[in-house]
Structure formats: structure tokens, C-alpha cells
Design a protein around this ligand. Structure first.
Ligand SMILES: Nc1ncnc2c1ncn2[C@@H]1O[C@H](COP(=O)(O)OP(=O)(O)O)[C@@H](O)[C@H]1O
Ligand SMILES: [Mg+2]
Length: 359
């Protein structure tokens, strides 16, 4: 099986590539900056160094928020051709704290109260009502660099004026008292594989390692593990880091990170996170490329109590498109099923399974 890691070439990406080589036949390191996507003319072209990108069984794409549109375009174009651990839309959601909080809200995942206003005047009205300190954040900040704390209305208000003059979007967030400690959790699939507690240096509220924070291994309870795994699901990532604050109200999610640094967590926990990622990618890719897809489709029918003698069942692997609470199926589904408009159908449904049949 052939795999590619598309990244900006960080140390963590290099580690992951080395570990992936233990499992995959070939692993290509692809520089995100040398990719271009051409849309139009009925087909999408993903070019690497000016030529059509090779075909892979697995593509693990990551990069910083600056490349979110490119990452979404690449993965959106390749999604049906190979296994990818991060859904295209995750790149816009995960790289924007406001969109992440909207996803968390949708899944009822606990988070600090977060305020959005239409203007600085609107924001000041919010700031008149909140408790202090308050947190102000750039939606796309990383490494603690876009996070500020204000102890009073007057300092928050002057920070907002500065942000306005810089045309910098911001969100306001309830300050969670943790004595400068946050929890960094690595989620792979539906499991937490490593977690560390990060403690900010004296006089600093941000616990990021880049802001001088020190990490130590940390054991999560079942509830916090579930919150972290649900967070990854809510943004559409099978591999990500989740930052959690443990305040008096319990664990609260502040961020998901699609391209987490691995040095800090590996040093703190002694867990080879890069290997865990590589192994997971391999197993998921293997599952996806299994030759006999029909066997699995037939098993789904049997699980539903439906016996079928049909040998031509075709399996389509895609990501679910839900619009206004309605499932939209790819065109190819009806090209095969040949249902007609308003036809009477039976829908048999169980948790995680749907079967539709003409009456
Ligand atoms: N609402 C908050 N209350 C208290 N501390 C916070 C809050 N939000 C962030 N922090 C602190 O700032 C750090 C960086 O915030 P985070 O939202 O994870 O942004 P970044 O993407 O820059 O890491 C956190 O690790 C935490 O220590
Ligand atoms: Mg963070």
C-alpha cells in the first residue's frame, strides 16, 4: 500500500513519515507549498510540482491555518480515491476556533461560554456584563500567540480598540481558572492515545509549550476521554489534539488542533505517538482497500436481518452529506439503484445502518 503525508515538513511530520515507513510499502513526503489544485471543466486536478499527483491508498494531509483553503481543496478532491483521516471540512472548522466552538455546541460538548459580537460596540456591550478576567482570542491563533486576558472592562475595551484598528477578528471567552494548567489530549480514531498536563511558567496564563509551559503525563477519567473523542468527531478529524481546561464546572474544551506537535507529548508521556498514528493509518487504509467489499455489504444486510441472494451488491465509500437534517446520497447511488421520483420505498434503519428498498 502506498501512502503520502502532505505537510509543511515539521519535525513531527518527519517522525510520522519514518514510523509510516514501518507499515506502508512506500511513503512519500509531499510539501504542501508545492501543491496546486485546479477546479473546473468537470474534473479536479491536484498537481504536485506541476504534475498530476500520484495515486495513493492513504493521504494524511496537515498544515497550518494559513493553508486551510488549500488543504480543504486537496482533501475534497482526493477524498473518494483514498483513505484520509481528516475530512475536508475539518480543515476550515479545526483551524478556526469559532467554527470549532459551533461544532462543539452542536454536539453539546462542554466549553467555556464564548461570545461573538457583530462589532466592537456590540462586543463592549457584552464586556459590560461579563465576569473578569475575560479571555480574548484570535479565531485562527496558535501556540498561545492569539490569546489575551483582560482583568477589567477598561483593559478589555482598549484591547478591542487595538484589535479593531488592526482589523483583527476576535472572540470573547469566559476565563476558566486552572492556575495556568491545561490538558493536551491526543485522539486517534475513537481512542485517547496520550494525554499531558501543561503548566504555564510563573506569571503566564497560557500553558502552551511554545509559551514556556511544561508538560507531564496525565491520566484522564472516562468522562474527559469521551469529551476528547467526541470533540475529534465533531470537527471531522480521526487524528487530532484536543485542549481541555479542568475548571470548577468540569472539563471544558477550548481547542482542537489538526497538526499537533509531537515532541512535547512524546517527551512528557514516553508514548510513541507517531507510531500510533502510523499504525492507525495503516489499519484504516487496509480496511478501506480490502478487495472483497461485497462481503462487508452482505454482512450489513445480514446484521439487519435482511437475507439477500443478490450477488451484485455494490459498496460505495463516501462521507455523509447531511443538509437541513436530510441525508443527501451521491448520484451514483441512484444510477445503480434506479429509484424513480416519489416511488414507494421501505426504509429499514438501525443505529449506524440504513437500508432502502423498493416496495
Ligand atoms: N478560556 C480560557 N480560560 C483560561 N485560560 C485559557 C482560556 N483559553 C485559553 N487559555 C489558555 O491559553 C492557552 C492557549 O489557548 P488556546 O485556545 O488553546 O489557543 P492556541 O491555539 O493558541 O493554543 C491555553 O492552553 C490555556 O492555557
Ligand atoms: Mg491550544
Amino acid at each position: 500500500m502506498r501512502a503520502a503525508l502532505i505537510s509543511l515538513g515539521s519535525k513531527s511530520s518527519q517522525w510520522t513519515i519514518e514510523e509510516m515507513k514501518k507499515y506502508f510499502q512506500t511513503v512519500d513526503s509531499i510539501n504542501l507549498k508545492e501543491i496546486e489544485v485546479n477546479l473546473g471543466g468537470g474534473e479536479v486536478k491536484v498537481l504536485y510540482q506541476g504534475k498530476a499527483m500520484s495515486k495513493y491508498d492513504c493521504v494524511y494531509a496537515k498544515g497550518s491555518f494559513r493553508y486551510a483553503p488549500l488543504l480543504q481543496s486537496i482533501t475534497g478532491s482526493l477524498f473518494h480515491t483514498c483513505y484520509m483521516p481528516i475530512k475536508p471540512e475539518a480543515f476550515t472548522i479545526g483551524h478556526d476556533k469559532l467554527l470549532t466552538h459551533l461544532a462543539l455546541q452542536h454536539y453539546k460538548i462542554p466549553m467555556p461560554t464564548t461570545y461573538v459580537a457583530s462589532s466592537v460596540e456590540g462586543a463592549k456591550k457584552v464586556l459590560e456584563k461579563v465576569n473578569y478576567p475575560i479571555t480574548l482570542k484570535f479565531p485562527q491563533g496558535t501556540q498561545g500567540k492569539g490569546v489575551m486576558f483582560a482583568d477589567s472592562f477598561s483593559s478589555a475595551s482598549s484591547m478591542l480598540d487595538a484589535l479593531e484598528s488592526l482589523r483583527q477578528p476576535f472572540l470573547m471567552q469566559e476565563y476558566v481558572e486552572t492556575s495556568g494548567v491545561d490538558i493536551r489530549v491526543i485522539v486517534i480514531g475513537d481512542k485517547v492515545v496520550a494525554a499531558m498536563k501543561r503548566k504555564a511558567v510563573v506569571g503566564e496564563k497560557r500553558a502552551n509549550i511554545h509559551a514556556g509551559g511544561k508538560g507531564e503525563s496525565y491520566l484522564l477519567d472516562a468522562n474527559t476521554k469521551k469529551i476528547a473523542v467526541d470533540t475529534a468527531k465533531s470537527i471531522g478529524a480521526e487524528i487530532c489534539a484536543v485542549d481541555i481546561l479542568e475548571g470548577v464546572k468540569g472539563p471544558q474544551v477550548i481547542e482542537a488542533n489538526l497538526s499537533p506537535g509531537l515532541q512535547g507529548i512524546t517527551a512528557a508521556t514516553g508514548i510513541n505517538v507517531a507510531d500510533k498514528i502510523a499504525k492507525y493509518l495503516y489499519e484504516r487504509t487496509k480496511k478501506r482497500t480490502e478487495k472483497d467489499k461485497n462481503t462487508e455489504a452482505t454482512k450489513i444486510f445480514e446484521d439487519l436481518g435482511i437475507t439477500t441472494t443478490e450477488k451484485n451488491v455494490q459498496q460505495i465509500i463516501t462521507n455523509l452529506d447531511i443538509r437541513s437534517n436530510k441525508i443527501v446520497l451521491p448520484k451514483v447511488v441512484n444510477d445503480i439503484a434506479k429509484f424513480n421520483e416519489k416511488e414507494d420505498i421501505v426504509i429499514k434503519v438501525n443505529k449506524g445502518k440504513i437500508f432502502i428498498e423498493k416496495m
